[in-house]
Write a protein that binds this ligand. Structure first.
Ligand code: HEM
Length: 362
């Protein structure tokens, strides 16, 4: 350790209770008490969770250092594994280095230009069909409806099937699975929250496995243009692809993560638009000018500048990605005069970095 640097143990903050550390508070309020600690200690402080020491680094400079400039010194696996692997398996988000690059290369075709272009029409179709159901001058439960809509779009694009029954089942499995994240008692028994979450995971995986089995039976993998089809037909130079179990885990994780984040972004978009009639009018005028009153086309998206600012602002202010990012330190990190050694974890509470910000749309 460089002599100029102070040890991470000397950061302000506390390690909390033996073993649990401050994990109980974190689990019960999704990490929001970090905001209180930020007010008390400033933008660098220490904590501990389940026997592991963490440096909490708040602000855009810390985010850039850990996620970009020093990304090779931290591990996503060591950060996310304790809380994610038992729910979703070893998905791409928990991989590092070459393994991560390899999985990403095989999954990328499902998220690139050509594939996105082919999803566009389906997305429009699902959204139009569902929004039509809302226009009967009766109140709707906004959160529930937008979650359902995001999930319908997800299920249709991921598996090429759309049905209310699938949406209800996936929503139920997703919710039950997520509740397992807060369970300290990891006993896979029928009456525990953890047991229910693991059971939901098994059902969810069986659902995906069954669709894969049907696809293989039909034998037209190369023709299917949905995310699952593209994952199943992706191969490297030697003709190897992702294993079926890896694809099952990725699909369960993606469907859960993708619909929850998109739904939160949609909910706050509607809230902001409802509260700001002048902004609503501005976006409507832009849409009218760009489409000329015709149905929205893929190539119009780039021209919707105001809409793009608006959606970026929703992401910045409401942070639909969640409250905290986790990393594990594999090589010393220097930050704010401290040395954070290998073995420590890093928490980036990205929501705190963005609280007290004002929604701006020009
Ligand atoms: C507003 C919507 C979304 C937000 C705010 C969001 C946020 C995030 C964040 C913050 C991470 C980084 C986690 C980390 O580095 O530790 C992440 C990773 C990821 N997200 Fe999203 N996400 C959104 C929508 C989606 C959608 C729609 C999909 C797929 C259909 C998706 C797929 C992924 C994947 C595959 C990763 C892992 C990437 C990797 O490890 O290379 N996300 N997302």
């Amino acid at each position: 350790m460089n002599d100029r640097l102070k040890p991470a143990d000397s950061m302000p903050g506390s390690f909390g209770l033996p073993y649990f550390g401050e994990g109980l508070q974190m689990a019960f309020n999704y990490g929001w008490e970090l905001k209180e600690k930020y007010r008390r200690y400033g933008s660098v402080f220490k904590t501990s969770l389940l026997g592991k020491k963490y440096a909490v680094l708040v602000g855009s400079e810390a985010n850039k250092l850990i996620l970009q400039d020093r990304a090779d010194r931290v591990s996503s696996y060591l950060g996310w594994q304790p809380i994610m692997e038992h729910l979703f398996g070893l998905t791409m988000m928990l991989q590092d280095g070459e393994t991560h690059r390899y999985t990403r290369r095989l999954m990328a075709p499902a998220f690139h230009g050509k594939a996105i272009a082919s999803y566009f029409e389906t997305m429009q179709q699902v959204v139009n069909d569902n929004i039509d159901l809302w226009s009967h001058n009766r109140p709707i439960h906004l959160r529930r409806e937008l979650r359902k809509l995001a999930l319908k779009v997800g299920i249709t694009l991921f598996f090429g099937v759309e049905g209310d029954r699938e949406v209800e089942r996936v929503e139920h499995w997703h919710k039950t699975l997520a509740e397992g994240a807060k369970a300290f008692l990891r006993a896979d028994l029928p009456l525990t929250a953890y047991g229910r979450s693991q059971s939901a995971r098994r059902h969810f995986k069986a659902f995906v496995r069954n669709i894969i089995y049907q696809r293989k039976q039909q034998g037209n993998l190369q023709e299917s243009k949905d995310v699952l089809g593209l994952f199943l037909s992706a191969v490297d130079e030697e003709g190897n692809g992702l294993s079926i179990e890896q694809i099952v885990d990725e699909m369960v994780h993606l469907l859960s993560a993708a619909h929850a984040t998109v739904a939160i972004a949609l909910i706050w978009s509607v809230v902001e638009l409802a509260a700001k009639p002048e902004l609503r009018a501005k976006l409507q005028i832009e849409l009218q000018q760009v489409t000329g009153g015709k149905t929205l086309a893929l190539e119009n998206l780039r021209e919707l500048k105001q809409m793009t600012y608006f959606l970026k602002e929703i992401e910045r202010v409401y942070n639909p990605g969640g409250t905290i990012l986790f990393r594990g330190v594999v090589k010393e990190i220097e930050y704010a005069g401290y040395s954070i050694p290998p073995g420590w974890g890093i928490l980036l509470p990205t929501s705190i970095s963005r609280t007290d910000v004002v929604f701006v749309c020009y």
